[in-house]
Design a protein around this ligand. Structure first.
Ligand SMILES: Nc1nc2c(c(=O)[nH]1)N[C@H]1C(S)=C(S)[C@@H](COP(=O)(O)O)O[C@H]1N2
Ligand SMILES: [Mo]
Length: 185
């Protein structure tokens, strides 16, 4: 079994890559919302979010520009635990992840329910640094890293998929590094 997806190279660094500027984090005013096609929408403070639990997952990270970083240790709340809390309606098929700033991405619920998909607040045992998406980022190891949205504030459950920031700009919506799904053409 190959460890590195096609045409990726391993880096020992943790590059910083994003569009726009790093948002300010104020623990007193920050909130996380999960809404849309759900039975039980929630709005949580940062402390309430942390109290949802802590799951650890070690995974590899593949940026569509060609670098991969191995064995990243994240801690946070599994997407499936958020789904359990808000109870998606039968017609919910996708979720859009909405970040501070203009950034969004979206995925089918069945892919978000995988046991390695989490909203991470810790990296390597420490609070996630702002440049890497702190206080909260999504981690989707089986996809190119533009699906691993930084500075997450909201999840909206939808019936149809809403193309995200890079997906509207020519990047693949399915983004599977093993199939080298980089672009949408
Ligand atoms: N909010 C937000 N999240 C984002 C991005 C972004 O521009 N904005 N870039 C994505 C891309 S293309 C990559 S490769 C990873 C990079 O994460 P890192 O800066 O922690 O290495 O963040 C992803 N998440
Ligand atoms: Mo990327």
């Amino acid at each position: 079994m190959q460890r590195i997806p096609p045409n990726q190279h391993v880096t020992a660094n943790f590059p910083v890559l994003h569009f726009g500027r790093v948002p300010e984090f104020d623990r007193r005013t920050w909130d996380f919302r999960a809404e849309g096609l759900v039975e039980n929408p929630v709005r949580l403070t940062y402390d309430e979010f942390l109290a949802l639990g802590r799951t650890e997952d070690i995974s590899d990270f593949h940026c569509v520009t060609g670098w991969s970083r191995l064995d990243m240790r994240w801690e946070g709340v599994l997407f499936r635990d958020i789904a359990k809390l808000v109870k998606p309606k039968n017609n919910a098929g996708f979720a859009t992840i909405v970040c501070d700033g203009e950034y969004t991405t979206s995925l089918p619920l069945n892919e978000l329910m995988e046991p390695d998909v989490l909203f991470a607040y810790n990296y390597e045992g420490k609070p996630l640094e702002p440049v890497h998406g702190g206080p909260l980022r999504l981690v989707v190891p089986k996809k190119y890293a533009y699906k691993s949205a930084k500075w997450v504030r909201k999840v909206v459950f939808t019936e149809e998929q809403e193309p995200g920031f890079w997906e509207q700009r020519g990047y693949s919506n399915s983004a599977d590094p093993w199939k080298e799904e980089r672009y949408s053409y």
